[in-house]
Design a protein around this ligand. Structure first.
Ligand code: ADP
Ligand code: MG
Length: 602
C-alpha cells in the first residue's frame, strides 16, 4: 500500500467543492440563498454564457464586515450556527459554511460588500483558493459577488458542463423556484444582457406565480389555506382539468425552502383521486409551515430532500388542505366548442350552423317529406380589388393567401336605403332590415372592424389616461414589451418601464381609451412574441389586437342606440365584410328566401 497522506488544503478544498458546486446553477442557488439569509429585499442575478464565464448576485442585505469577509470564504465558516444543538432548529437556508469556500476554490471570485455600520465597503478577491488583501471600495449596503470562469482550474469538471443554453436554463429554473418561495423579495434575472424575470417583491404569491409560471396556470388556481395539527398549508393548486402529464408543475416549499418530498407529492395526488384523469398530475405551489423540529433538512448535500419526523401527519395535513380546496373551488367542467380557425377551409354551412342555427340538420324522417329546411343565406362577400389581396401570416410566419370560400355573387347595397333597426339577439347579433333583406350582424366583429379601419387609416389622436394604469406581466410579456417600446409608441401608446415585471401605461390611441388596458397590453405582448422578425406586419397585428380588445364583446349588454349606429355604419359601407380575423361581419336573409321557405312563392 502506498503511504497515507493528509491532502494539502487546496486539494481537499477542490474535492469538497465538487459536491457543492457541480454546475453554475448550484453556485447561483448558494449565492442567492445567502442573500435571502442576509435579509435582502432585492436580489439581482446576472449570468453570461449559461453562467460559465460570468455570474453575479447582488443584494441589499446585511453585508459582511471587513474583518469577517476573508473568514466567510473558509470551509465550515458560518454565522448561522454555533453548536450541534443549533442543528435541530435551522431557520436559515445555509448552515454548512461550505458554499463560499467551495465556489472560490474553483473560480475567480470577487466580493464587494458593506454593512450599514461601516462607512466604506470592502473589496476582496479569491482566485482558485488564493485570497487577496481586503481593500476599501465605495458601495451601497449589501453584497455583490461575481464569479468568473468556473472550473477554470479543474478542466475535468469543466468537461461535464453542458451547453451554455442548458446551463442557463438550469439557472433560470433555480431562480424561478427561489422567486416562488420568496414573494416578499424582488428578484431580477438577467441572462446574456436580457432581462428574463422580474418579480415585484410585493409579497403576493399570485403575482409571482403569474410572472414565473405564466397566465394559464395563474388562471386555473384554487386557493389552498388550512391549518391542522400544527402544520399550515397555504398556496395554490390547479383545477383538475389543468393537470399535467408530468410532475414539473409541483412546487412544495417547506418553511420557505423548496423541497422534494415524496410524501407531499403523494398527498397532493391522493387528493385529486377521482377528480383528475388517470395518468395526469396536479400542479401546485404550496407553502407548508411546521415547527423546525418536525423536519430533518440535513439529509442531502444539496438540501432539497427532506424527511419528516411524522410522515403520516404531514401527509394528512396536505391531503386535507388540498381536498378542501378542491371541494370548495372547482366548478363543473365546461364544454367548449372549437374556436374559429380562419385558416381552416370553411363551408358555407359552417357559418349557417354556427351563427344562425336555423338549419334543420336531422335528415327527413319519412319519405313523404321532399324538401328540407335549409335556408339559403347569401353571404355578403368581400369586394376585393386586385391590389387588395388578403394576406395572413400563418404560425410559421409564412404569408398565406386566403381565398374566399363562398362564391355567391355579391349583392349590391343601395347607398341610401333606409335601415330599420329591429333589435339584438343573444346579446351578440344585431338584427336590422334594409331594403328587401334582414341582416344579422355580429356586433363584436363589426365594431372590431370599424376600429381597425380607423386605427389603420388615420393619424390617431393620443389620449392621456387620467390615471395611468400599471400592468403586471409575465417575464416573456415584460421583455417583449420593453424591447419593442419604440414600435408600440409609434402607434400612440405611451408605455413606461416600471421595473420588476411591470409597466405603466400613460396614454393610448384615443379610440382605445375605454378598452381593458391590462388585457390589451398582454395581448399585444403575446402577438409580438409570436413573431420572429418584427416589421410593418407586426404593426398591423398590434392594430388587430388593439381593435379586438377595444371592441364591444359578443354576449355583453349594449344600448340600442349603440347597436343602431353600428348597424348603420356596417350596412352603409359595403366594403366592410369581414372582421380583421376574416370572420364575416354580417349575413342576410332575403325576403324572397323567407317567402320560399314559408311556401308563399309558387
Ligand atoms: P453558510 O451560508 O452555510 O453559512 P456560506 O459559505 O454560504 O455558508 O457563507 C458563509 C458566511 O458568509 C455566511 O454564514 C454569512 O455570514 C456570510 N455571507 C455569505 N453571503 C452573504 C451575503 N450575501 N450577505 C451577507 N452575508 C453573507
Ligand atoms: Mg450559504
Amino acid at each position: 500500500m502506498p503511504k497515507i497522506n493528509v491532502l494539502p488544503k487546496n486539494i481537499s478544498e477542490l474535492i469538497a467543492a465538487g459536491e457543492v458546486v457541480e454546475r453554475p446553477s448550484a453556485v447561483i442557488k448558494e449565492l442567492v440563498e445567502n442573500s435571502v439569509d442576509a435579509g435582502a429585499t432585492e436580489i439581482t442575478v446576472e449570468i453570461k454564457r449559461g453562467g460559465i464565464t460570468y455570474m453575479s448576485v447582488r443584494d441589499n442585505g446585511s453585508g459582511i464586515s471587513r474583518e469577517d469577509t476573508p473568514t466567510a470564504f473558509l470551509r465550515h465558516a458560518t454565522s448561522k450556527i454555533k453548536s450541534a444543538s443549533d442543528l435541530d432548529s435551522i431557520g436559515t437556508l445555509g448552515f454548512r459554511g461550505e458554499a463560499l469556500a467551495a465556489i472560490s476554490a474553483v473560480s475567480k471570485t470577487e466580493i464587494i460588500t458593506r454593512t450599514k455600520n461601516s462607512p466604506i465597503g470592502t473589496y476582496f478577491k479569491v482566485e482558485g483558493g488564493m485570497q487577496s488583501i481586503p481593500e476599501d471600495i465605495g458601495c451601497d449596503v449589501g453584497t455583490l459577488i461575481v464569479v468568473k470562469d468556473i472550473f477554470y482550474n479543474t478542466p475535468a469538471r469543466m468537461k461535464f458542463l453542458k451547453k451554455d443554453v442548458s446551463e442557463g436554463n438550469s439557472v433560470a429554473a433555480v431562480i424561478d423556484r427561489l422567486a416562488l418561495s420568496h414573494p416578499e423579495i424582488a428578484f431580477k434575472f438577467i441572462r446574456d444582457g436580457k432581462l428574463c424575470l422580474a418579480t415585484s417583491g410585493d409579497n403576493n404569491l399570485k403575482n409571482v406565480i403569474y410572472s414565473v409560471l405564466g397566465r394559464d396556470f395563474a388562471a386555473s388556481l384554487l386557493q389552498v389555506d388550512s391549518e391542522s395539527d400544527g402544520i399550515t398549508v397555504k398556496g395554490f393548486a390547479c383545477k383538475p382539468v389543468f393537470c399535467k402529464q408530468n410532475r414539473n408543475g409541483q412546487f412544495f416549499f417547506l418553511n420557505g425552502r423548496l423541497v422534494l418530498s415524496k410524501t407531499a407529492a403523494a398527498a397532493l395526488e391522493q387528493a385529486y383521486k377521482n377528480s383528475a384523469m388517470v395518468g395526469r398530475f396536479p400542479c401546485c405551489v404550496l407553502q407548508i409551515e411546521m415547527p423546525f423540529n418536525m423536519v430533518d433538512v440535513n439529509v442531502h448535500p444539496a438540501k432539497t430532500e427532506v424527511r419528516f419526523a411524522d410522515e403520516r401527519r404531514v401527509f394528512g395535513a396536505i391531503y386535507y388542505a388540498v381536498k378542501n380546496a378542491l371541494e370548495k373551488g372547482d366548478t363543473r367542467p365546461e364544454i367548449k366548442t372549437k374556436p374559429f380557425n380562419p385558416y381552416a377551409p370553411q363551408k358555407s354551412e359552417d357559418y349557417v350552423q354556427s351563427t344562425l342555427n336555423l338549419e334543420q340538420t336531422e335528415p327527413p324522417k319519412t319519405a313523404e317529406v321532399k324538401y328540407n329546411f335549409t335556408l339559403n343565406q347569401e353571404k355578403i362577400l368581400p369586394k376585393m380589388q386586385s391590389s387588395q389581396e388578403v394576406v395572413y401570416f400563418n404560425s410559421n410566419h409564412e404569408p398565406e393567401e386566403i381565398k374566399p370560400q363562398v362564391t355567391t355573387p355579391e349583392t349590391e347595397v343601395l347607398e341610401h336605403e333606409p335601415i330599420k333597426f329591429i333589435g339584438s339577439v343573444f346579446n351578440t347579433y344585431i338584427v336590422a332590415q334594409m331594403g328587401d333583406a334582414v341582416y344579422f350582424i355580429d356586433k363584436h366583429a363589426a365594431h372590431e372592424r370599424l376600429l381597425f379601419e380607423e386605427l389603420k387609416t388615420r393619424e390617431q389622436p393620443v389620449q392621456n389616461l387620467l390615471t395611468p394604469i400599471s400592468v403586471a406581466l409575465t417575464k416573456e410579456e415584460y421583455s417583449v414589451i420593453i424591447n419593442n417600446a419604440d414600435l408600440i409608441s409609434e402607434k400612440g401608446f405611451d408605455i413606461e418601464d416600471l421595473g420588476f415585471g411591470a409597466v405603466i401605461v400613460r396614454a393610448v390611441p384615443a379610440i382605445l381609451k375605454n378598452a381593458d388596458i391590462p388585457l390589451l397590453v398582454t395581448e399585444i405582448a403575446e402577438e409580438l412574441s409570436k413573431k420572429s422578425v418584427l416589421n410593418i406586419e407586426s404593426i398591423g397585428d398590434i392594430l388587430h389586437t388593439a381593435a379586438c380588445k377595444a371592441a364591444i364583446k359578443g354576449g355583453s349588454q349594449s344600448s340600442d342606440l349603440e347597436l343602431k349606429a353600428l348597424a348603420e355604419k356596417i350596412l352603409k359601407n359595403n366594403q366592410i365584410m369581414y372582421c380583421p380575423h376574416g370572420r364575416p361581419v354580417a349575413f342576410k336573409v332575403t325576403k324572397k328566401e323567407l317567402e320560399k321557405q314559408f311556401g308563399r312563392l309558387g
